[in-house]
Design a protein. Structure first.
Length: 152
């Protein structure tokens, strides 16, 4: 089974997580400092190839009431550009699947996890996006597991 990569896309950084080969657990990979859309999408393509991923899960930052925000539109636009990059790259990347995962509360959950780990505010700022990406991907993996169990 191929791995799955999870993204928490922000204006300044992208938190990135990776599943294990069985698709059971999510681990933090890195926090990527954004440079520009071309280099940002190049980096995601590089990571997908390096880690042999077949799915990209992107956190969708919708408002608590379910409506879109300005950030929602920015992330939707990022996904379109990323998908276009994959479609034009070749090498089997046209078959990479893209999925949304609701990311409401992920940053606050990530913050709580890091506070519980007694991490300083300065260090939390460095890893909060990566931790949010872990939560986004783990939520997706758990949902896939439930779906798979229900179809058995």
């Amino acid at each position: 089974m191929k791995k799955i990569i999870g993204l928490d896309v922000g204006d300044k950084t992208i938190g990135i997580s990776l599943s294990d080969a069985l698709g059971i657990t999510a681990q933090g990979l890195m926090t990527y400092e954004r440079i520009g859309i071309k280099k940002d999408t190049d980096k995601i393509v590089e990571l997908v190839m390096e880690h042999d991923c077949d799915t990209v899960v992107i956190g969708l930052p919708i408002n608590l009431n379910g409506t879109d925000s300005i950030q929602t539109e920015k992330v939707r636009d990022f996904r379109v550009k990323l998908e276009n990059k994959f479609r034009s790259t070749g090498g089997g990347l046209q078959n990479v699947k893209f999925e949304w995962e609701d990311e409401r509360f992920t940053t606050s959950i990530a913050e709580s996890v890091l506070i519980a780990a007694d991490m300083s505010r300065e260090n939390r700022k460095k890893v909060i996006d990566k931790q949010a990406a872990i939560i986004i991907l783990q939520s997706y993996l758990d949902k896939q597991d439930r779906i798979n169990r229900e179809t058995i």
